[in-house]
Write a new protein. Structure first.
Length: 68
């Protein structure tokens, strides 16, 4: 099976928990107490998301910073 590359957007909540989301996949997110734990959890959830939806519905382009 060919490996696929996904980008994980990572934020940290007010309790210090890391939250990750893959913009390319619908409802594909997880959390962890450390970055390593988060990334391990993300690999698992990405695999589950791909089982549900094998075709990636969108292409991740990038992140832009905006000041308002």
């Amino acid at each position: 099976m060919n490996q696929q590359e996904f980008y994980v957007v990572i934020e940290r909540d007010e309790d210090g928990v890391y939250i990750g989301e893959v913009p390319q996949l619908r409802a594909c997110y997880s959390q962890g107490r450390t970055i390593d734990e988060l990334m391990s959890n993300m690999r698992e959830v990405i695999a589950l998301c791909l089982e549900e939806e094998p075709e990636v519905p969108s292409q991740f382009i990038g992140v832009q910073r905006v000041f308002v």
